[in-house]
Design a protein around this ligand. Structure first.
Ligand code: UD2
Length: 322
């Protein structure tokens, strides 16, 4: 049976991948430093996940962790455009140095393949939509630069050392387990929790910016298929992972109002520094090369996500009252 390592296993995407791997009966090892990951996200795996609290910036630690591993899903990162604008050094440390450490450790341990969480932010604000993989990157924020550097390291390790790597450029992933409690949280996690609490969400800018919001199950599927695909189809390459549609923030807010039954309006604030205006993916290549087939629509994903946060809040209520 194969052994998988998930970095950032206590994070939103890492824990979702681990969940599916464990459901399929695989051996799963996971690392997290709990800077943005949460113990709750891995609590349900207790006893089944081989968990180590570690930082990917610790090269010797990563070398120990990679021993005996067949496949790595590298999800650990300091996400968020505004976080990187405020503190570019920390974003660089985790996203660039941390990624390089994983690659060195994976290479030395004879890992068969590394699948990497790349970001749609690499495309920046180029006007052509949808974004295709052969378009030139144009990163704006330090975060976008750091995730793109990671992609280049992935490709380099395939070309230079023959380590099979695949970069998946995620487009605005959302769903259950996404942290909502930080100023750097993804917009959907923030909006849904605020609206469920009857509080007001703030849209940065005019709300006409658009995103290819992608439900988590589609991203998990992409990871597993990219990991299992023939090397000739994927090794050393980068693929868009998205739904292939886009919605403005105004449209998204209106959709959430309906699902949640919220009567208020959004506040509007200044545009965010480093923000991309429009984002939408062409997912033809991922379909062609490894049969990526996103099954969950935006609307269905919103329904499931709202239902999950609702359950979390009802479960949390009695404890708060006591
Ligand atoms: C970027 C990447 C995404 C992923 C993510 C990780 C793009 C197009 N996408 O997402 O692929 O790597 O970074 O962090 O670069 N907003 C509000 N109010 C809020 C919070 C956000 O209006 O309270 C706006 C924000 O200004 C932006 C949109 O919502 O226009 C989405 O913001 P986000 O932080 O959820 O994700 P984004 O697009 O920076």
């Amino acid at each position: 049976m194969a052994t998988y390592l998930v970095t950032g296993v206590a994070g939103f995407i890492g824990s979702s991948i681990a969940h599916e791997l464990l459901r399929q009966g695989h051996n799963v090892r996971g690392v997290d430093n709990f800077i943005t990951g949460k113990k709750e996200n891995i609590a349900e795996f207790a006893g089944r996940l081989d968990f180590l609290e570690m930082d990917i910036c610790d090269l010797a630690g990563m070398q120990r962790v990679c021993r005996g591993v067949d496949y790595v899903f590298h999800e650990a990162a300091l996400a968020s455009v505004p976080r990187s604008v405020k503190d570019p050094i920390s974003s660089n440390d985790s996203n660039v140095t941390g990624t390089l450490n994983i690659l060195v450790a994976a290479r030395d341990a004879g890992v068969k393949r590394v699948v990497y969480a790349a970001s749609s932010s690499a495309y920046g604000d180029t006007p052509t939509l949808p974004k295709r993989e052969d378009m030139l990157p144009n990163p704006i924020s330090p975060y976008a630069v750091s995730k793109l550097a990671g992609e280049h390291y992935m490709a380099s390790f395939y070309r230079v050392y023959g380590l099979e790597t695949v970069s998946l450029r995620y487009f605005n992933v959302f769903g259950p387990r996404q942290a909502a409690d930080s100023p750097y949280s993804g917009v959907l996690a923030k909006f849904i929790t605020l609206m469920l609490e009857g509080r007001q969400a703030t849209i940065f800018g005019d709300g006409e910016q658009s995103r290819d919001f992608t439900y988590i199950d589609n991203v998990v599927q992409a990871n597993l298929r990219a990991c299992g695909a023939p090397a000739a189809a994927v090794a050393g390459r980068m693929f868009n992972i998205a739904l292939g549609t886009r919605f403005t923030l105004n449209q998204t807010f209106a959709a959430l109002k309906k699902i949640i039954g919220y009567n208020g309006n959004a506040a509007y604030g200044p545009e965010r520094e480093g923000d991309v205006k429009h984002s939408q993916a062409d997912i033809t290549e991922a379909r062609r090369q490894f049969g990526f087939d996103p099954k969950v629509s935006f609307e269905e994903g919103l329904d499931k996500t709202v239902a999950w946060y609702r359950t979390q809040m009802t479960q949390a209520e009695p404890a708060t009252v006591r």
